[in-house]
Design a protein around this ligand. Sequence first.
Ligand code: CA
Ligand code: CA
Length: 154
Amino acid sequence: MEFRVSFIQLLQIVLEIRTVTSPDNVRGGDNCGGVVDLTQVGAMTITATDSDNDGIYDDNLDCWWAFTVDEGTIVFESNFFNIEFQSSCGFDWVQLLDGSGEFLGGQAKYCGTTIGSSFQTTSRSLYLWFHTDFCCVTGGPPTGFNFTVKAVLP
Ligand SMILES: [Ca+2]
Ligand SMILES: [Ca+2]
């Protein structure tokens, strides 16, 4: 629990820095992280960065998103998921952290093709972190993900 609390604090610091500078100024180009107020946009679909559009996502990514709502909760839906598999998801992974400090679905990292089709937060924020290492995307094309994140009004 201590680890999770300190991890959230770290994440908030990172996101504050990013907000102060520019939400778009993140490695991986467009659609690689950002701070999104879902109260304003309602829903958003995000995908894994694939700079050359060959169906293989980029290496060396760290894409961070912070989704928030003013009230209510957030629903996460996976429409497509195929990330380089490793038994402990040590290479490429997606992390879904509820603002409550709990990992959505109870798992710290997701990789391969297995992720819940839908999760709902218990808090007003969701942090999503997509990490890829230096090489070796397997299992495609297509690879990557397509997620929809939606505001749920109380
Ligand atoms: Ca590519
Ligand atoms: Ca990789």
